[in-house]
Design a binder for this molecule. Sequence first.
Ligand code: CAO
Length: 580
Amino acid sequence: MASVEVKVPDVGDFKDLAVIEVLVQPGDTIKPEQSLVTVESDKASMEIPSSHGGVVKELKVKLGDKVSEGSVLLVLETGNAADAPAARSAVPSPAPAGTGAGAPPAAAGAGAAPAPGAAATAPQPSPGQGASRTIEVRVPDIGEFKDVAVIELLVKPGDPVKLEQSLITVESDKASMEIPSSAAGVVKELKVALGDKVNIGDPVAVLEGAAEASPSPRPPAPGPEGAAATAAIAPAPVPAPAEGGRSGGQGQGRVLPTAALPPHEPAAPTGKLPHASPSVRKFARELGIPLGEVQGSGPKGRILQEDLQNFTKAVMRGDASTQAAAGKGAAAPGGAALGLLPWPKVDFEKFGPVERKDLSRIKKIAGPNLHRNWVMIPHVTNHDDADITELEAFRVQLNKENEKSGVKVTMLAFLIKASVAALKQFPEFNSSLDGEQIVLKGYWHIGFAADTPNGLVVPVIRDADRKGILQISAELSELAKKAREGKLTPAEMSGATFTISSLGGIGGRYFTPIINAPEVAILGVCRSRTEPVWDGGQFQPRLMLPLSLSWDHRVVDGAAAARFNAHLGAILADFRRVLL
Ligand code: CAO
């Protein structure tokens, strides 16, 4: 057994490449040429293959590290003949992010080629053009890669381009890279189309009015000896301008210095990276778009620039939210920590006709709030029944007496009043959680969920403790009317300390209402019905009201919740208790 340090091979002039994916771990048995890490600059992403086979003893890099040629990636224990160094051991196999490890390395080619980055992008004057400044830009030396697909056209006829501006993106199974312009000028003609396969020397574009370009093809930069040294595809063969801003001369053949890359935060270190070209990745980084959350619409799910634009628009409109935003404030750092699968994408039309409708404005606002509350609050729901036989009789009587007043009293008004009494008895249900403190409120504003044609809203009866049943009933019907007409003001929907969601007018037995943060509890009520209740001697027909109390287990305990429900039930069974 011998130990071998596997280092970053010649990657041209690229320096400080960020490690964005670690593809192996200690204990893994790997073969020569197997991809070890994915690194990325602002112009190319590539996989770095192993020079040897063996067992990974120690990883010397982690996500976010910066590496350059010669950086030690890991230590291998070697022993078998099969672990012998690969013929192309010192050669990087640049890789497109997203294709992951496992794709076969490019076949070794014959003959010397420029080292990575020493791309021969020298402009080729068009026949007969001489100094006319019409220049044909060709595919530079891209190592041994053959028939690489054009996946992006970054310019179009009429576009002015600068020296080194990327013209197209090409992709093999191991690398994606941008082909830069070897001259400045105006694009007269594009010689490639999306999906075309190109090779070294193929024309990419014709530029007009081109600024002075290199007088001669760039000499290949000396690479390591032998074919092994030349097998690498040149990652982003971008010639850098010499000092002073022009290419050519001494500056030729140098790849653009890698821009300082902000730390990449892949959702899962060993997962597949999103499939996107370097420029799209760069754009995503600049805007802080989590690439892993964007659905690609390009071939094989590749993420295109317009996918990023559409994603950003959807987030800005509130139609979508990033995992990080969804989890903001959660104990775990960001919703991504939930490690959820992406939302299923189903082609519904495949199964039958469908109609698409935008969510209502209220649903768009309420949805993310409900989602946050459901995910962030550890809900528990206690179900109970309250005997409201006498209370219902009183309510009916009251409505008869008040027929002319125009104010109809429903069970909800009694529930509000009874809830206030229970909240006073159990103050932690009338509180909010603020970090490690509970904020106990000295006011009792009760929200009630109102079903409207556009969705759910929660108007609030303020100071319900100071109001009688008739006043509460009058306010209820006024607020419910405004809710249905969409005329509630924000003030009428804020400040609640506890909420009641009554489905009593509709039906059902029990349900789990979602707590309306930052409140800590919510009472769900369903339709009352007459049931046989054992009174110790016989069954009596009693009108029973189903209660469902959801509460935040961070603030409230189960015993307190059971007591709250029992107390509430007792008040509803004998409403005189509200005075106690
Ligand atoms: N058991 C039996 N009958 C009940 C009842 C109960 N628990 N609660 C109400 N009723 C009766 C009322 O007495 C009324 O009967 P009449 O028509 O004979 O007078 C009828 O049901 C309709 O009442 P209502 O719903 O109009 O009035 P309300 O005060 O009970 O509720 C409001 C008002 C605005 C809360 C309600 O209309 C509403 O929107 N409820 C839906 C709430 C909701 O969607 N919750 C779900 C949230 S989670 O998605």
